[in-house]
Every structure is written in structure tokens, then in C-alpha cells.
Design a protein around this ligand. Sequence first.
Ligand SMILES: *[C@@H]1O[C@H](CO)[C@@H](O)[C@H](O)[C@H]1NC(C)=O
Ligand SMILES: *[C@@H]1O[C@H](CO)[C@@H](O)[C@H](O)[C@H]1NC(C)=O
Ligand SMILES: *[C@@H]1O[C@H](CO)[C@@H](O)[C@H](O)[C@H]1NC(C)=O
Ligand SMILES: *[C@@H]1O[C@H](CO)[C@@H](O)[C@H](O)[C@H]1NC(C)=O
Ligand SMILES: *[C@@H]1O[C@H](CO)[C@@H](O)[C@H](O)[C@H]1NC(C)=O
Ligand SMILES: *[C@@H]1O[C@H](CO)[C@@H](O)[C@H](O)[C@H]1NC(C)=O
Ligand SMILES: *[C@@H]1O[C@H](CO)[C@@H](O)[C@H](O)[C@H]1NC(C)=O
Ligand SMILES: *[C@@H]1O[C@H](CO)[C@@H](O)[C@H](O)[C@H]1NC(C)=O
Ligand SMILES: *[C@@H]1O[C@H](CO)[C@@H](O)[C@H](O)[C@H]1NC(C)=O
Ligand SMILES: *[C@@H]1O[C@H](CO)[C@@H](O)[C@H](O)[C@H]1NC(C)=O
Ligand SMILES: *[C@@H]1O[C@H](CO)[C@@H](O)[C@H](O)[C@H]1NC(C)=O
Ligand SMILES: [Cu+2]
Length: 648
Amino acid sequence: MGNEMGSEIGNENVNSKQLSKKNRKSRYRPIWLFLLQVFFCVVVPALVVAVCLFYVNVPHRHSSDSDSESVLGKTESWRLDTQKNYTIDLDYWKTQTPGVDRHYYLNVSTMSQVAPDGIERNVTVINGQYPGPLVEANAGDTLFLHVQAQGVPTTIHCHGLFFNKNESFNDGAAFINQCPIDANGGTYDYEIHLDENQSGTYWYHSHYGAQQADGVFGPLVIHSARERELINDSYDAEVVVMVNDYYHAMANSYLPEYLGPDNENTEPTPDDGLIQGTNDFKYDSATYVTPNGDTDLVPANFTQMPPAVFNFDPHKRYRIRVINAGFFAPFNFAIDRHKMKVVEADGTVTEPLELESIDMSVAQRYSFILEPQDTRLSEYWMRVRFNSFCFAQDNANFNTSVSGVIRYDHKGTSLPSSESWEYFGDDVRCRDFNQTLLRTLEGQVPRVQNGSTRPDVIVELDVSFMIKGNQLDRGYFNDMTYTALANSSTMNVLAKSHLQNSIKELQTTQVETKNDGQYLINLDKRGAVVDLIINNYDDGAHPFHLHGHKFWVLSSADRGYFKKSFYDSDNGEMDFTNPISRDVLGVSGFGYAVIRFVVDNPGVWPFHCHIGWHMESGLLLQINELQSEYSSWTHIPSAWDELCQTSA
Ligand SMILES: *[C@@H]1O[C@H](CO)[C@@H](O)[C@H](O)[C@H]1NC(C)=O
Ligand SMILES: *[C@@H]1O[C@H](CO)[C@@H](O)[C@H](O)[C@H]1NC(C)=O
Ligand SMILES: *[C@@H]1O[C@H](CO)[C@@H](O)[C@H](O)[C@H]1NC(C)=O
Ligand SMILES: *[C@@H]1O[C@H](CO)[C@@H](O)[C@H](O)[C@H]1NC(C)=O
Ligand SMILES: *[C@@H]1O[C@H](CO)[C@@H](O)[C@H](O)[C@H]1NC(C)=O
Ligand SMILES: *[C@@H]1O[C@H](CO)[C@@H](O)[C@H](O)[C@H]1NC(C)=O
Ligand SMILES: *[C@@H]1O[C@H](CO)[C@@H](O)[C@H](O)[C@H]1NC(C)=O
Ligand SMILES: *[C@@H]1O[C@H](CO)[C@@H](O)[C@H](O)[C@H]1NC(C)=O
Ligand SMILES: *[C@@H]1O[C@H](CO)[C@@H](O)[C@H](O)[C@H]1NC(C)=O
Ligand SMILES: *[C@@H]1O[C@H](CO)[C@@H](O)[C@H](O)[C@H]1NC(C)=O
Ligand SMILES: *[C@@H]1O[C@H](CO)[C@@H](O)[C@H](O)[C@H]1NC(C)=O
Ligand SMILES: [Cu+2]
């Protein structure tokens, strides 16, 4: 592409040289001959050049919208054009240097009669479109998210960011890092200084109640020249692939029953799965189960939608950034006849690993370099298989095999006839991808000063769902289930009233405190190495996420319980070299994991299961990190305090 452009420009120079030669001669010729010469030597070449440039540029830049839309049918105004918006302009990002202010404006509102998969429902979305727009920046940039709540309260959490290690107040978890933005036109500007060394594939989503499931989420990509060097691959195109499970009713409508008495953590099962916010859901009025079992609901209005289409260029090498932006369900991801070279997991550059498919837990991300195995076909299936063994109940609406189409011939309209890689069926264990296969490139697990494999602090967390008071089943870390503060946020209380409050005063020295429904792990020593030992006594798998950090996966097993003697054994139970460092890890039912991080980011950081339902049922605790440092910060914006005053 660059070369073609270059040669066009070269031709232009040649033409202008020829022109000047001829012009000199023209003085001795009649004016009409001069004009004719001008026409053929100036106008025609200029037109040729213009037309060439147009053709060189246009199919490249706009291959997204033109041809495919005719296949997709009429584009609704509420549908984000993901072909365009989720295609990254790599040439642009290669020219950018860090330190730029990047402003994004996100209005959150509820809309009715929106039908991402053809079934009309109400959604809560950003800027009137589903799914949310791509947010991009360079490492070292300042990202401004100007958020306005229009009719619903909201908060926006940038998943996986470090927040410059001094901006925990902008993390976005409602009632933990901030009070919600007022529903009636309230605004908040998140000013996020992106760490110079943090890059990769992230995402943002509402961290207010179950709002994420209704459509408040989108991809967040942080570019970096350093990351491109580390990845050491000459890929020349980049596309975000966003996949999420999907319900046909508002998330809140499921909560009374899910959280009500006599429900033993039977999560609502999704109705569908979407790729790029769409799917060709097959609606059959005879078999359709009204969402939420509400038989009073009128049968849904339905319009057949197309599957997701990716117009790819056969001459390009693709990096795809896949995000599980779901609320509940993990899936297996594969593309027929394309091997996938894993180069990034949750923003960590990995040693390259070639795969045919991969399991992805909720909130995880991977980058794959696509390696087409043949070019016989002009279209191939992208296959997303949700694991039905992860669901507590059936939903007849949900065809767990969801497909997208990769098209190398953009004029084509037929569906692929490609064959799947060998697939052995859904994994009955409902487990994460085998993490020991992933290695952090140039990574090294942090150790305590004397070099021991043991950390400075060990916290053991037993995970369970238990019925305690009022026949209510709730998620527990040890003996605590989380209850959100009514009209404040943990960080407001701890930062502003650090000497006197009912949650955790600065002078309190216990590592664990459990007051006012807030289970805190208090880490007061900068640089301390902390291990969380997670034993999952529940039968369900939980994708655990730690805010504000990446953690090293020292150990993870889909069965059994961790013994501290593993620290000292050479049985390969633990890895202190370069295991994967990431921000979400799925821990199987009756399995365990040990994760390590370093105390270096002052603030309050939720550690929770990323299944939205489980978070609603309290499977969340908070890491209270370096309270002595953040409680004396003077750079917390007053607008942040005011959020709590309006919500009180
Ligand atoms: C698409 O993404 C870019 C970021 O790359 C953003 O600036 C733009 O506003 C988005 N477009 C739409 C229609 O949302
Ligand atoms: C959807 O939104 C409309 C318009 O705001 C409202 O009248 C209706 O009750 C909502 N329906 C559901 C199921 O929430
Ligand atoms: C958000 O809403 C405000 C009105 O409150 C409007 O002025 C602005 O243009 C909207 N921004 C976007 C990106 O839709
Ligand atoms: C936050 O941390 C960054 C990076 O260490 C530093 O440059 C900046 O001055 C800090 N800001 C404040 C207000 O402390
Ligand atoms: C970023 O990484 C480089 C190279 O590893 C290192 O020299 C630098 O100190 C890092 N910067 C920060 C803020 O951690
Ligand atoms: C980068 O990739 C090339 C070609 O695959 C390989 O020869 C080279 O050793 C790699 N460099 C590093 C630093 O891994
Ligand atoms: C179906 O669409 C029609 C026309 O837009 C609308 O009047 C009706 O309320 C819709 N029905 C449902 C159940 O949303
Ligand atoms: C589910 O969808 C796939 C296409 O993604 C299709 O091949 C399959 O037949 C569907 N299964 C059922 C039971 O409808
Ligand atoms: C995970 O992969 C490792 C090889 O790295 C292998 O030894 C182990 O058995 C695998 N675990 C499972 C559960 O398949
Ligand atoms: C090394 O440091 C750890 C953590 O601070 C401590 O528990 C351990 O006893 C020390 N080991 C030795 C051999 O000093
Ligand atoms: C929250 O509400 C309680 C009473 O419901 C009140 O005592 C308390 O001061 C309020 N907190 C804040 C921070 O406004
Ligand atoms: Cu969970």
C-alpha cells in the first residue's frame, strides 16, 4: 500500500518534468496547440493520478461500509457501525507519540425498541448506539471520558487500567471508588493518565448495578510502539472483535427472582450471544420463551438481523483483539482454517502460542495474529461456542453456537462453507483456558527481598454461595458478602474521614476488616508482595478480577484445594518464573488459584467475580491499598466529592 502510493507520487513528478520540457517548446506553437497540450499533459495526468489515489485509498479505508451494508440490510441509527468503528487505523497510531489529550464524550441513556439481534427491547447505551464506541489512546496519553447520565444513574469503569498509580478515585466502581453520576443530567469527567508502560486490549463498562448487561460497554485499546516491538510480528491490520452474551430483557428485571428467597444461585441464562453487537437470532414464535419467564409479555417484535461480517483483505496480516464483554457466560473462540497466534492476554505481551481455539472467561481479552491455513475459500466462519455446562438452567432461546463471517471477497454474499477445526464439544468442567500454557514475555514473578518464594502477605479466600439470613443465597469471600454503601463510596469515607469512620480508620492495623458490609484487605506497606489464595468451594466457576493491578498466576487448578506446602515443593504446583500476568482469571468449581501482586497503587480496588449476577449477590471484597498515602492526596477533584453530596 505504502509502495503503491509512493509510485503514484513518483509518476506525478515524472509528469511535471515532462510538462515543463513541453512547455518550453510550446512558446513556438499556436495557442490552441498549447491548450491541447495542457489538456493532455496536465489535466489528464492529474485526473489519472487523482483516480488512482482514490482507488488505492478508498477500498482500504471504507471497505467496511459500502459493500457489506447491502448484505447487512438497512442499518439502524441505533446500531454502531462496528466494521468502521472497531477497525483500527494502524497507520495513524504508528505516527502518534505519547502525551496527547484524547477526549471522548459518552452520554448514557435508555432507549426503547432497539433490536441488536432482531428482538426489540429497551437498552441502556452510550450515545444512542449499541454496542459502545471504541475508545483508543496511546500509552502515556491522557484519556478524558466526559460522561453524562441522561435518565439513569451511571459510572464508567476502565477495566484493567492502573490509573497512573495515583488516580484510584477514577476507577469507576459505584459505591466503592465513587458515588454514581446523578441520573438527571449529572456529569463527571474521568481524567485518566495512562501509564507509559501499559498497553493492549482493555474495555470499559458501567460499574453501576447490572447496567453493563443492558449495553453500557465498549472496547478500550491502548497502543504503544514498545508493545509493537515486543510482539515482533509484522501484522499490518487490526480489528477488535467484541463478543458478549445477551438477554432479551433489562438486567434489573431478573434481579428480584435471582436475589429473592429460595433461589440457590440459579443465574438467568442468556437468550443469545452477539459478535460486534449482532447475531442472526432465529426467532420462532411457537418455541420462543418470553424473557424472564414473563408470560404476560407481548410476543416480541422481530426483524431478522445478519450475522457479524468482517471484510478482510487477503493481502494483510491481521491482529484481532477479542474481548469477552459478557455478563455471565464464557465461550470457546475459533476461526475455521485460521490458526491463531496468541500474543497478548489482558494487556500482557505473551510468548507466542499457536492455537486452533481458546476458552475465554468473562472480561478476559486476547490478541491473536491470524494465520490463514489456506486461501481456497473467500469466506470462513468465526465460531463462538458458549459453554452450556456453565449454565444453571436451560434457555430454549439460546443457540449457544454463534457465528460471524470473515469475507475476503467483499462482493460475495454467500455464507461460508468452511469446516470447523476439530471440536470435542463443550467442556463439562466449565473451566478457563489452561493458564500454564501462557507465559509473560520477558516476565519475572516479583519476590520478597530475601528471595524467598513466599510472599510478605498471604490472604486466604474461601469462595462459596451460602444461604444465611432470610433464605437468601449470597456469594461469600470467607464469611463476608458485600453490601454496597447506601449513599457514599468506600473511598470517600476512607480518604475524607480517615481518622474517624465506621469502616476502617487509618490507625487500625488489621490486615482484614469487616465493617458496614465492607470486607477490606488493608495493605499498608509499599512494595509488599501479596498472594491471594483462592479456594473455590462453590460448584460454579468464577472469573475473578482485581482492579488497578495485574496479578501473576502462580498456580491454578480446576480441581482440588491449595496447600501452603506447595510453596516449598518442586512438584510444579507453583510457577515463580514467568507465568501469565493478567487481570481476570477463571477459577473452576471446586478448584483453586494463587495470584500475586505488589502493593504499589494507593486506593481502594475491588476484587470480585466478574459474573454480573455474582457481583450482585455480593461476591466482592476491596483491597484497601496505602490508605496513609491516598488519604492525604490533594489532587482529588472536588467534582468527585460532589457526586456523593448529590446522591446522599
Ligand atoms: C469510533 O471510534 C473512534 C475512536 O477510534 C471515535 O473517536 C469515534 O467517535 C467513533 N465513532 C462513532 C460513530 O462512535
Ligand atoms: C421500555 O421503555 C418504554 C419507554 O420508556 C417504557 O414505556 C416501557 O415500560 C419500557 N419497557 C420495559 C419492559 O422496561
Ligand atoms: C450528549 O448530550 C448532550 C446534551 O446533554 C449533547 O449536547 C451532546 O452533543 C451529546 N454528546 C454525544 C456524543 O452524543
Ligand atoms: C501521579 O503519578 C505520576 C507518575 O508517577 C506523577 O508523574 C504525577 O506527578 C503524580 N500525580 C500526583 C498528583 O501525585
Ligand atoms: C517503563 O518501562 C521501562 C522499560 O522497562 C522502564 O525503564 C521504566 O522505568 C518504566 N516506567 C515506569 C513508569 O514504570
Ligand atoms: C523476531 O521475529 C523474527 C522472525 O520471526 C525472528 O527471526 C527474531 O528472532 C525475532 N526476534 C526476537 C527478539 O524475538
Ligand atoms: C412493535 O412495534 C410497533 C411499531 O413500531 C409498536 O407500536 C409496538 O409497541 C411494538 N411492540 C412491542 C411488544 O414492543
Ligand atoms: C445454531 O446456529 C448454528 C449457526 O451458528 C447452526 O448451524 C445450528 O444449526 C443452530 N442450531 C440449532 C439447534 O438451531
Ligand atoms: C495444562 O497444561 C500443562 C502443560 O503446560 C499440562 O501439564 C497440564 O496437564 C494441563 N492441565 C490440564 C488441566 O489440562
Ligand atoms: C523472607 O521473607 C519472607 C517475607 O518477608 C519471610 O516470611 C521469610 O521468613 C524470610 N525468609 C528468610 C529465609 O529469611
Ligand atoms: C448517608 O445517610 C445517612 C442516613 O441515611 C446519614 O447519616 C449519612 O450522613 C449519609 N452519609 C453521607 C456521606 O451523606
Ligand atoms: Cu462468579
